[in-house]
Design a protein around this ligand. Structure first.
Ligand SMILES: Nc1ncnc2c1ncn2[C@@H]1O[C@H](COP(=O)(O)OP(=O)(O)OP(=O)(O)O)[C@@H](O)[C@H]1O
Length: 373
């Protein structure tokens, strides 16, 4: 095992003092807390209560009583003070309602980004600083590099776990206040650390689902929360113009979707566009779903106040896709970015994030508004 926190670029330059650790009850944030405590930081644990799930789904939700219990147990074994913050209302407004509204509009939301932007790195960060803490730490797989003349956000070292895509919305001035103790570790090392530190959560399984849609299908979740008059039904039309069928609402579709279209056709068809105005869902064969670029709105820049001119960089248009070369130009207020891919990309999806990288560094990002042909 390489030396951890003390020599880690994550923490270099971070003056020892009080750190609030955001504890979800999972293994990652448990290890983050334990490493900071071991390195001599004055750690305080906070779990956010975000969502109340029905009784039968308790154990599958991110902030179920089980998880709060686990977080409390780990904090207690580390001798850390521990608090639960009730952020259910903010979470409902900023994450759950946003999630439903985006589907209603025929877009594909990214609730993890919304949660980071509005809960973790806004409300919780402010609360942490108000508690006299110097830093907020989370178990995200990303790095904050403090070694140069400016503090920058970088990808996590573990390519497979890297979560920097979800973090583009952190306010630039907040970066110096954040610590990601796991950014320089591989997932296997984190598990090994959890065992070495004898944490209760060492063998706890990963959570993969959207935390507030515990166990269920997100489409059912959205459909159950939309009144009939909020749904936009319409036609399913082939790119050739042929009408193939009808549907009950655009909230049921995502760009790039192949399954569950309710069509029988002689070749696989993919959703290529969703038109909220008249409810049309355009489908076509795989080869046709490519775009030359996109427009992103509400951009946040991390490495500078704004790009100084047209900028060559890499862009990632969904969490699990490669960062691909692109030319990015911004509008007058730097909130809108016009992205031209070096090579056309498949399934550009309004509502997802476009995150701009230069190598490992996250330059910034924004929300995809539309694809450009
Ligand atoms: N309910 C919560 N309360 C406090 N912090 C949270 C909560 N949910 C997530 N976090 C923080 O955000 C980080 C990333 O959240 P994510 O949902 O991606 O968790 P994860 O990668 O499964 O990590 P973990 O194993 O710690 O649950 C967590 O490591 C933790 O620091």
């Amino acid at each position: 095992m390489p030396p951890l926190l003390e020599d880690d670029e994550q923490i270099r330059g971070a003056v020892k003092g009080r750190v609030v650790v955001a504890m979800s009850g999972g293994v990652d944030s448990s290890v983050a807390a334990a490493l900071l405590a071991e390195a001599g930081y004055d750690t305080v644990g906070i779990s956010m209560r975000l969502y109340a799930t029905p009784q039968e789904n308790y154990s599958k939700s991110c902030c179920s009583p089980d998880d709060l219990f686990d977080a409390r147990t780990v904090a207690s074994s580390l001798g850390m003070p521990f608090y639960v913050a009730n952020y259910q209302e903010a979470f409902r407004e900023r994450v759950v309602d946003y999630f439903i509204e985006e589907y209603r509009r025929g877009r594909t939301p990214n609730p993890c980004v919304a949660c980071n932007n509005h809960l973790k790195f806004d409300i919780l960060l402010k609360r942490s600083l108000a508690l006299g803490s110097k830093y907020l730490a989370t178990g995200h797989y990303a790095r904050i590099d403090r070694s140069g003349d400016r503090v920058v956000l970088k990808k996590g070292l573990d390519d497979n776990k890297d979560q920097s895509y979800f973090l583009f919305g952190i306010p630039r001035e907040a970066l110096p206040r954040i610590i990601f103790p796991l950014g320089g570790l591989e997932k296997d090392e984190v598990r090994a650390e959890a065992h070495r530190l004898e944490l209760e959560t060492a063998d706890k399984p990963e959570s993969h689902e959207i935390c507030f849609v515990a166990g269920g299908d997100y489409k059912d979740f959205v459909a159950a929360r939309l009144a009939q008059e909020e749904k936009t039904p319409g036609r399913i039309v082939h790119t050739s113009g042929e009408v193939l069928g009808e549907h009950d609402g655009i909230h049921n579709f995502t760009i790039g979707q192949r399954k569950g279209l309710g069509l029988s056709y002689h070749e696989p068809l993919y959703v290529q566009a969703i038109r909220p105005n008249d409810g049309t869902v355009v489908v076509g064969p795989k080869g046709e779903a490519f775009s030359r670029g996109l427009v992103a709105e509400e951009c946040n820049w991390l490495s500078f106040e704004r790009p100084s001119g047209p900028m060559e960089c890499e862009v990632k248009i969904r969490y699990r896709s490669e960062a691909v070369p692109a030319l990015v130009t911004v509008g007058a207020d730097a909130k809108t970015a016009f992205v031209e891919f070096a090579d056309p990309q498949r399934a550009v999806t309004p509502g997802q994030a476009a995150v701009f990288y230069r190598g490992d560094e996250v330059l910034g990002g924004g929300w995809i508004e539309e694809a450009r042909d």
